[in-house]
Design a protein around this ligand. Structure first.
Ligand code: G6P
Length: 467
């Protein structure tokens, strides 16, 4: 039976599992849990010298193999090209891109270094599954080293239209290098179609159904695989966490006020300032809700060495201070803005006791907070999801969430009011519509669907063995 070798920049090392991991680490961890496999990536450490060999840990069927980055790698590859060019441009923010040739060459160097380490690990029939924008050219480097394995790539973040992709300087070397995979997977059909158009502009021939491309003598399959959660396990976790002393104390601290919750890494793509503006508008225009609601925004700091994130940090803290200054009373704080991380269990409990969640990114590949919030609800008395139309999750949860445009402050404030005042029957109806989707397409379904598309024969052979 073939091994699955997963590669990503961020690895959810077992000793480090906490609430701060982004969507990728959470999803890959859940997907590998039952299948086992090797997970190769960055240790999260910066060291004076490059690693000679990966540091290996085995835990519950998963082999974690991680390497350190040097200060130069961290600066040029991670902070630089990945997080100051690819991240903003692919989130439709080409205006924020800060490009330098040194950063691009650092990005290519680290990808080659990953390929060198992997070349020593890979066996000919391993299935290689590479994740996210840090590793776009990796298949090309592996192919150059003679590895002809099946290789799939999944992009966790959005793929914008071709003319925005072209704002990435030297995009053919990075985004264009995705053509060296056998399968490239996206969160939504829109993302997939955008990439297909880009390949077409780059000389590719797209199949009439839009799911294949013939480019440079190679065949690439394009697919949509919306990333998911462990629906049943997360719901169980929330039921349990809800009864813990910690979550009870949190609920009691709100003194019977309604709770609005937001949980996001501190990132400009998440639209936190827009959300704060909407909450401020709500407080200003709906005074009858004063002292009857608390909004808790949990926001672990992220990528703190990147200047755009430092600026964002200052702006968001400033706005939070202004809202509390204007509306607080000695016995009521309308907004609790919290820059720390919580365990996944604590978050599950917080979601369960919340009356509404604000998940309103300006752009998001998927957004697993939206899905986890829904899974964590009590189906008899569920909270309401206010969801940005620009989150990938809107494609699946649009029938149950209150969809909003995060640029429209007044409509967002109106959606918030509607969420807090929604009758029980409507809340139940909306929640059950969303739960049906989350139950039908959980994380196992996601991983199976991707692997099936990548290696159809192998997956059916594995099924035959399992039977
Ligand atoms: C998003 C990205 C991931 C990334 C995560 C956390 O979910 O898609 O690739 O790991 O953010 O960001 P960080 O830079 O801390 O890994």
């Amino acid at each position: 039976m073939s091994r699955i070798v997963v590669v990503s920049n961020r690895v959810a090392l077992p000793q480090k599992s906490g609430g701060s991991a982004g969507g990728l680490a959470v999803a890959v961890n859940a997907a590998l849990k039952d299948k086992g496999g090797i997970w190769f990536g960055w240790s999260g450490r910066v060291a004076p010298e490059p690693s000679d060999a990966p540091e290996v840990t085995h835990r519950a069927g998963i082999t974690y193999a991680v390497i350190d980055l040097t200060g130069e790698d961290y600066q040029e590859y991670y902070n630089g090209f990945a997080n100051r060019v690819l991240w903003p441009v692919l989130h439709y923010r080409a205006d924020l891109a800060e490009f330098s040739r040194a950063d691009l060459s650092g990005y290519m160097r680290v990808n080659r270094m990953f390929a060198d380490h992997l070349a020593r690990i890979l066996k000919p029939d391993d299935i290689v599954w590479i994740h996210d924008y840090h590793m776009m050219p990796l298949a090309r480097h592996l192919r150059e080293r003679g590895h002809m394995n099946r290789m799939g790539f999944f992009l966790h973040i959005p793929m914008p239209p071709a003319d925005i992709i072209q704002a990435v300087p030297q995009h053919a070397q990075t985004v264009g290098a995705l053509a060296h995979y056998d399968l490239v997977g996206f969160q939504t059909d829109g993302d997939r179609d955008n990439f297909a158009r880009y390949l077409e502009f780059s000389g590719g021939r797209i199949t009439p159904d839009g799911t294949g491309c013939d480019i440079g003598g190679r065949q690439v399959t394009l697919g949509t695989f919306p990333v998911a959660i462990e629906t049943a396990a997360f719901a169980r976790r929330a039921r349990h966490a809800h009864r813990t002393r910690y979550v009870k104390a949190f609920r009691e601290s709100l003194s019977d006020r309604k709770l609005i919750i937001g949980v996001d890494r501190l990132d400009y793509s998440k639209g936190i300032p827009n959300r704060f503006d909407a909450y401020e508008h709500f407080l200003r225009t709906v005074p009858e809700w004063h002292d009857r609601v608390s909004y808790v925004q949990i926001t672990p700091k992220s990528r703190t060495d990147v200047p755009e994130y430092q600026e964002m940090d200052r702006d968001v803290s400033h706005k939070a201070g202004q809202i509390n200054g204007a509306y607080s009373d000695v016995t009521w704080t309308p907004l609790r803005y919290v820059n720390r991380t919580y365990s996944r269990s604590a978050l599950a409990g917080f979601y369960r006791v919340a009356d509404a969640a604000m998940v309103t990114p300006l752009r998001d590949g998927m957004n697993l907070v939206a899905k986890e919030f829904v899974a964590a609800q009590d189906p008899c008395d569920p909270g309401v999801l206010v969801l940005s139309q620009f989150a990938g999750a809107a494609a699946e949860l649009g029938a149950g969430a209150l969809l909003v445009n995060p640029h429209d402050t007044e409509s967002m404030a109106a959606a918030l009011k509607r969420a807090l005042e929604m009758p029980l029957a409507e809340r139940r109806e909306r929640h059950s519509r969303m739960m049906r989707v989350l139950e039908a397409r959980d994380i196992d379904h996601w991983a199976e669907a991707f692997l099936e598309a990548l290696v159809p024969e192998e997956t059916s052979a594995r099924r035959a063995i399992a039977l």
